[in-house]
Design a protein around this ligand. Structure first.
Ligand code: ADP
Ligand code: MG
Length: 303
């Protein structure tokens, strides 16, 4: 390395390089990472390459000093097409930050508790035998969807009592999909129903439905938790499901009702009228879009 510095000094003098610049380059060449780089690429004796890359080398050493941790980027020397370049690459913390942003952009929720983002598929099954079937169904979906995202795959209809982890499992599936760059929207359905009724006042029902219906993976949480008006059932739920059926978009549900009991629930509207045909039409769509999986096990709410 000493040799190279000395040789370069001579060459720079011969070429009448600015003295200050000579000093800066000589200084930069002493940097241990620069020396390692030159060694790694066998450039110790390649004066021409080093002179041609002197601006990059100098910039690299400067950037190391001036880029603080806060920027999240690290300079790196590269040897590309027979020339030295500097590139700026995100460090580990910056990569984590960027992944988090992508995660937040891809994993959308409506009226869900913020802890849904912490759900994890591996944690879901741990230690509870009753969860094996729903866990396997979830894993199956994630794997099959990754293999062929363009072909229609039915989602899951998770049924079971309060507290067994249905919402948790939906969130855990969402997280897996989002990590594969798939956009997921997880919606608390009873809240959506209320928001839709309010949207009538400012004429934004259709816009709101449009925003929801076309997302690649839609999850409707807690369907059947409240009595539905005929309007929400047919003009909101029915319209969303019809679109997803036509476009063959996977859709997930969670409910305290089995599919059979949900049908009975949807049959009676808020005013107490019996509307079996309307309910059957909704159920037909749900059965096409998702397979029922019963979630059982202990109530997880109090531990
Ligand atoms: P459900 O939707 O079936 O009523 P939740 O998914 O809301 O049940 O689960 C009830 C509570 O237990 C929630 O606070 C949830 O975060 C927690 N929970 C469920 N499954 C797990 C798990 N595998 N690990 C940790 N917490 C869990
Ligand atoms: Mg729930």
């Amino acid at each position: 390395m000493k040799d190279l510095a000395a040789q370069l000094a001579t060459t720079m003098k011969q070429r009448h390089w600015n003295e200050r610049y000579q000093k800066l380059l000589t200084q930069a060449l002493k940097d241990p990472e620069v020396q390692q780089f030159l060694q790694d690429h066998q450039l110790q004796n390649n004066q021409n390459a080093v002179l041609a890359g002197s601006a990059a080398i100098y910039e690299f050493v400067q950037a190391k000093k001036t880029l603080t941790l806060a920027t999240g980027y690290q300079p790196r020397l590269l040897w590309v097409n027979q020339a030295i370049h500097v590139s700026y690459e995100p460090d580990a913390a910056e990569l984590r930050r960027q992944q988090k942003v992508v995660f937040q952009q891809k994993f959308k929720t409506l009226a869900m508790a913020s802890d849904v983002r912490q759900a994890d598929l591996d944690d879901y099954a741990r230690g509870v035998n009753e969860r094996q079937a729903s866990y396997m169904a979830a894993v199956r979906f994630v794997i099959d969807y990754a293999k062929a995202p363009k072909t229609f795959l039915p989602g899951l209809y998770l049924s079971g009592p309060f507290g067994v982890g249905k919402t948790y499992l939906l969130s855990a599936i969402a997280k897996e999909l989002v990590q594969q760059q798939v956009e997921v929207l997880l919606v608390h359905f009873p809240t959506l129903a209320v928001q839709m009724k309010n949207a009538i006042n400012d004429n934004s029902v259709l816009t709101k439905i449009d925003q929801i219906k076309a997302v690649p993976i839609l999850m409707l949480d807690d369907i059947g938790a409240d009595a539905l008006s005929s309007w929400v059932r047919d003009e909101v739920l029915g319209v969303i499901l019809q679109y997803r059926l036509q476009e063959k978009l996977p859709t997930f549900f969670s409910s305290n009702f089995s599919m059979k009991d949900l049908e009975a629930h949807l049959t009676v509207n808020q005013r107490g009228d019996q509307e079996p045909i309307k309910a059957a039409r909704i159920m037909e769509r749900i059965r096409f879009l998702a397979r029922e999986v019963v979630v059982s096990g202990p109530d997880r709410r109090f531990n």
